[in-house]
Structure formats: C-alpha cells, structure tokens
Design a protein around this ligand. Structure first.
Ligand code: NAI
Ligand SMILES: N[C@@H](CC=O)C(=O)O
Ligand code: NA
Length: 437
C-alpha cells in the first residue's frame, strides 16, 4: 500500500491587526476544522505583523503570533493577507510576497486604485492570485460576481452605494431633517466615520471603489485620477427635503458606464451625490448599508446588497478570498488573471451625460419661466418637467424646479451660469444629477 501523507498546512501571514485584521485572526483561529475541510489542508496563522507589540488588543489575538518584522513574516508565507491599509509599506510588502510566489489577499482599495496595475502584473508574472473582494463594498460579493459570473456578458452600467458612512449621513438627513454636520457627528459617534471624515464625505473612498469596479466590469484599467469626484459636503437638509417632495432620495453614487458601442465606446466613471427615484431599488438602501446595481446585456438588472464595512463583515470577504487562493494553491492551479484586454478611453468629467434637476429662486412675475426656458433651449438642454411652488411657500419668491432630459455636463454648467445671470433669477439653489430613471 502506498503511504498517504496529509497535506502540509498553508501558512497565512496577516499584515495589520486593526478593525479588520482582528476579525480575520479570530476567523482563522476559531474555525480551524471548517477552514481545513473547505480548503483540503490545514490553514495556519503563521504570524501577525503589527506596529507595536504592546498595544492593547482583543484577547482573541495571541501575543506570541505578533511581530514587528513584516518582511520576515511575508517571506515565510504561502498566503499574505494585507489589512494594514495605506500605500506604503503595504505596496512593497505585497510586491515582495507576489515575487516570492505567495498568494495575496487585500482589502486595500486605496492601494489598488492607485497602484493596482503594477501589482496585478506582478501577480500575473508570478502565476499567483491577488484577490480583493473586501476592497469593494466590504462583505458584499461583488468583485467575484463581476469578474467571474458576468465574464461572459457585457456590463453596461454600474450604480453603486459603496460608502456606508455617507449613506448613513444622507439617510439621517432624510429621516430626521438633520444638517450634514450634525449627521456626520452622529456617524463619528457610532464609529462609522473617522475623526477626519474626509475620505468618506469628500468621496475619495467611493472613488477608489469606482475605479476598481470600472476596471473589472469593462476589462480595462481605470485609475483613481480618472474618476470624477464630488462628495456630499454641498448637500443641505433643504436639498434632501426637496428631493423627497419630487419623489427622490439623495444618494452618493459611484457610477461607471459605457457610452456608445460596448466594444468601441468610451466610459464615464464618476462619484457624486445624485437624485434617485424613490421606487428605484437603490433608494431602499438605508443606514450604513451598501448596494451595487449592475446592468448587463444578457443578465439585465442585478442588485448586490449588504454590509460594506465593519470588522466581521469585511473579514468575511477576506476569509472567502483566503479559502479561494488556498484551494488553488493546493491544486497547483495558476492564479486568476485580471482581464484588461479593452482600452476604453475614459471621458473627462465635463463630457459625462446625465439628467439634472435645477432648483431656482426667481421673481414671481409673468414671463420669467419663458425666459429661463429660453436659456435652456439656447444651450440645447431639453426640459423634461418644470414645477413651480406657490410664492407663499417660499416667502415671496417663486421656486422653480426644472428637470432636464439627458444633457452633457459641460452644456448644463454653461446653461446654469447663463440662467444665474438673468435679472429675475435670485439664486440657483441647487443643481443635482438624476440617476437610475
Ligand atoms: N474597516 C472597514 O470597515 C473596512 C476596511 N477596509 C480596508 O481594510 C484595511 C484595514 O482597515 P481597518 O482594519 O479598518 O484599519 P485599522 O486602522 O483599524 O487597522 C490597520 C492596522 O494596521 C496597522 N498598521 C499600519 N501600518 C502598519 C505597519 N507598517 N506595520 C504593521 N502594522 C501596521 C495599524 O497599526 C492598524 O492596527 C484598509 O485598507 C481599509 O481600507 C475595507 C473595507 C471595510
Ligand atoms: N469608510 C468606508 C468603509 C470602508 O470601506 C465606509 O464608510 O463605507
Ligand atoms: Na466585497
């Protein structure tokens, strides 16, 4: 009888032990039997790279696994899990791991959006996996469905609520009538927003995720600098209340779409607040939840919904990737290749085409509406509907809410400048894009 030997354990190096890292460690240490059964070999947490050995930590994290020598840990690993965040030293450590033949799992969207191409090339060259399900919308399976399940289809458009903090803030503004600053303070108190909420509130986090989603969906490479970005700082409680009166909710959306033929078009990738019709599935995404709405030629509309942040939800996605790379390692399969065969030009922000809702305060006298409509016509911007509120409601001035058909961003901006210069126009109160209708 030939001797059978049990497979050697897969050694996992964990880089970073913060919110996500702690839960990844717990997941590996508390479920060894399940993980071994799913992978086909034991999964061993070889060590955890930290900045300080003395920091206070969750009791689930054994002190004897901690090290400050991340490089040595990487060198001895089969699988490297990077959850330290930031660009350096994460980039150097991942590059080293890939070059040394280790598979890598990361949650680091900022790094992938900025330096992804070189890391994917290094993974291809070494024939190993670089997986990142947790980097977009945390626990929600969205990277794998786009890369694998939809690989035989053509994705046309993605609309994503990919930042939980801003969705929470906008939701509280809608339900409680809070101003932005109050809602951000609440989000900070609940641990959703950081002390410096810039990455969330100004749309940087969502823009990194938009770049990753667009690259995957359109088999191309979209860098962070290609993503037009506008955060939610300009959204007021009044905008949110008016959105509701016109049958919408305001969401911070990551939008990625093909304009023109699917094999010879251009793509637009952007992050901005937008009015979403109240009956659109994305309008029902409340609190800090995330959702990604995908439109593909064959599949039609799809929606992926769940928790986009938090230690355990994010660790769930990381651990799924760990099992996936570990299985492939065991069977000797080559790593998954990133497809980048398309070279779609990315449209500049001013060329994006969307519908708009413009809210104006105007003098309440005959002929004003015709004057405003004339300016839109002169700029080739077609009006869908106009609503006028009674003067009483607005304290003497009339309130015009103009919804346009799809128009180029540049035409709309020029139109708004011209409208603002009209004598009877007291104020352009807001200009919001409309998506999902
Ligand atoms: N927290 C969340 O809900 C989500 C986080 N992510 C991503 O996961 C990654 C980790 O996020 P969190 O766990 O929330 O951050 P965190 O700040 O709680 O944890 C990061 C840990 O890495 C450590 N670290 C940083 N540089 C290090 C170095 N050079 N050597 C050793 N340790 C180092 C820090 O001391 C910290 O303990 C980030 O890339 C983040 O964008 C992704 C999805 C959701
Ligand atoms: N700060 C992000 C979480 C990480 O991706 C969010 O609020 O969604
Ligand atoms: Na995800």
């Amino acid at each position: 009888m030939p001797e059978t030997s049990s497979p050697a354990p897969l050694r996992v190096a964990l880089l970073g032990c913060g919110v996500v890292g702690t839960e990844v460690a717990r997941g590996i240490l508390e479920n060894p039997i399940d993980l071994a059964a799913r992978v086909g070999a034991p999964v061993e947490l070889a060590g955890i790279a930290v900045r300080s050995l003395d920091a206070e930590r969750d009791p689930a994290v054994p002190r004897d696994l901690l090290t400050t020598d991340a490089t040595a840990l990487v060198d001895g690993a089969d699988v490297v899990v990077e959850v330290m965040g930031g660009i350096e030293p994460a980039r150097t450590l991942i590059a080293r791991a890939l070059a040394g033949g280790a598979a890598v799992v990361t949650a680091n969207k900022a790094l992938l959006a900025e330096r992804g191409p070189e890391l994917f090339e290094a993974a291809d060259a070494a024939g190993v996996d670089l997986l990142y399900e947790a980097a977009v919308a945390g626990a929600i399976p969205i990277v794998r469905p786009i890369r694998e399940s939809l690989a035989g289809d053509h994705v046309r458009r993605i609309l994503g609520i990919v930042n939980g903090t801003t969705n929470y803030v906008l939701d509280r503004m809608a339900t409680e009538g809070l101003e932005l600053d109050q809602a951000v303070k609440e989000a900070q108190a609940l641990g959703y927003a950081e002390a410096d909420p810039t990455a969330d509130v100004d749309g940087f986090d969502a823009a990194a995720k938009a770049a990753i989603l667009a690259s995957l969906a359109f088999h191309t490479r979209v860098a962070l600098k290609d993503v037009a970005r506008e955060g939610i700082r300009g959204v007021s409680a009044a905008d949110v209340a008016w959105a509701s009166r016109t049958g919408h909710v305001i969401k911070l959306l990551a939008v990625a779409e093909v304009i023109g033929p699917v094999d010879d078009g251009e793509i637009s990738v952007r992050v901005h607040p937008a009015l979403v019709p109240a009956d659109h599935p994305l309008a029902a995404v409340r609190g800090a939840f995330n959702a990604v709405f995908v439109e593909a030629d064959g599949a039609g509309p799809l929606m992926f919904y769940g928790q986009g942040a938090g230690g355990r939800p994010t660790a769930s996605a990381v651990l799924g990737d760990v099992v996936s790379v570990a299985r492939r390692r065991l069977t000797g399969g080559k790593g998954l290749r990133e497809s980048k065969d398309q070279a779609f030009p990315v449209l500049p922000p001013e060329a994006a085409v969307t519908r708009f809702q413009v809210r104006l305060s105007v003098a309440d006298r005959p002929g004003v509406l015709a004057q405003v409509a004339g300016v839109l016509a002169d700029h080739g911007v077609s009006i869908d509907t106009v609503r006028q509120s009674s003067p009483d409601e607005e304290g003497g001035a009339a309130h015009l809410i103009i919804s346009t058909h799809a128009a180029r961003e540049a035409s709309l901006r020029a139109t708004v400048d011209a409208v603002a210069g009209l004598e009877p126009v007291r104020q352009v109160i807001s200009v919001l894009r409309v998506e999902g209708s």
